[in-house]
Design a protein around this ligand. Sequence first.
Ligand SMILES: *Cc1c(COP(=O)(O)O)cnc(C)c1O
Length: 512
Amino acid sequence: MSTQTVSGSKGLLQKEELIFDIGTTETTGVDLPEPKGRKDRLGGLKRQDGTGLPGLSEPQAMRHYVRLSQKNYAIDLGLFPLGSCTMKHNPRLNEKVARMPGFADIHPLQPQQTVQGAMEVIEQLEDWLKKLTGMPAVAMSPKAGAHGEWCGMAAIRAALIDRGEVETRTRVLVPASAHGTNPATAVQCGFKVQEIAAATDGRVDLNDLKAKLEGDTSDVAGIMLTNPNTCGLFERDIKEIADLIHEAGGYFYCDGANFNAIVGRVRPRDLGVDAMHINLHKTFSTPHGGGGPGAGPTVLSERLAKYAPYPVMTVDKRDGDYKLIYVDDEAELAGTDLKPLGRMCAFHGQMGMFTRALTYMLSHGADGLKQVAEDAVLNANYIQARLKSVMSPAFEGYCMHEALFSDAFLKDSGIETVDIAKGMIDEGYHPMTVYFPLVVHGAMLIEPTETESKAELDRFCDSLESVAIKAKSGDEALKSAPYLAPMRRLDETLAARKPVLRWTSEMSQTAQ
Ligand SMILES: *Cc1c(COP(=O)(O)O)cnc(C)c1O
């Protein structure tokens, strides 16, 4: 059966050209009368040529964007197995609450007395985050996980400045399996990164860590560790690691992106953590991907709490009013020991995400959140168990919230991890995370999350199993997959390294 059509469309999906190729600069979708008798007030600044933007009718514009949206895979379409991303269902209740006019129609420049309800939402969310992590303070303004890492490391830097040790304590230890944002953040904050090796069981190599903390530790600023780590495993020695880093005079930054696996079960403060970001868009179901805003509140221990950035939330003792204190109101902090490290962004953070996250927490309750972690871990272990006879689990034993496979089962087949990923596209699934973490050869990292039913997990496993069996048998056809997607194999490296972000007329009809 040929998969080619004359139109380029497939099934009920229409082929779509670039918007510049559909519309022309000569046409327009609106019909306005020529302005009469109005004096041009732009003088010499008047535009001499056209804008170059294509004119489209309303149905043309509508169809263009709807067709593009159909080419997008979404969590509302199916299981999204991307490991390390926690692509869970975004409950519609969250959306409903976030769209209530009292939340949706307010502006950050409004007088604070008129937005007390919104500020109470921030305070309640702060309270939940502090309780769930056991931490005394939280900075709400960071707008993503990586931004939260920056906040936490900047707090550590502020503490070192206070101790008069910022010039000497410059070494930050980062495990080999870390998310790329960790070393990037450390460097961005002026630290030097030292890598800690991974042990054969996928966890931090404690002996390597001890060796790196032997002798003079006066240059140690801290450690950045993910727990559960990016191999989907709980760091068993985490208490000992925390003690070692504290004895060396450093701080423990925990990357909390994988909090979904332990929320309600483990309090990071009890593990000795000093700072940790929480991705609301992962653990607390606010939408992510596709350019939506994230939110990365960062919890801080007693040792770092006073360096939390502006704005600082206070409650007026006299009238019970909430107040956000910004840099300009610094005087109001007189008499406290607060020393904000500065400001992370304009205003207070992502209000729409705060509203969604708090709705999610309140609708689950404390017991429900605990069950989230349990079900997320159960689902990942179900996938690992179902696929382990066909594929190669990267490590022995149970996993946490994600199942990690290596490409060992593809040995001598001529097929690689990337071919399996492309084969999954033909099966109707967004591929899992591939080639990450780097410590596992040809890694395939699958995080189903707790929101998938057993039936859905089975459907996914049936597909992946069939692709894996084809791969093992050396089925050459996989090397050219996907066959059914609107686009086949693209040069992803070129697209990442040399993205073409600007359309020029020479590109017309050639960008296929
Ligand atoms: C997602 C993730 C991050 C970064 O979070 P963003 O919100 O994408 O900036 C950092 N570390 C780990 C382990 C992650 O999974």
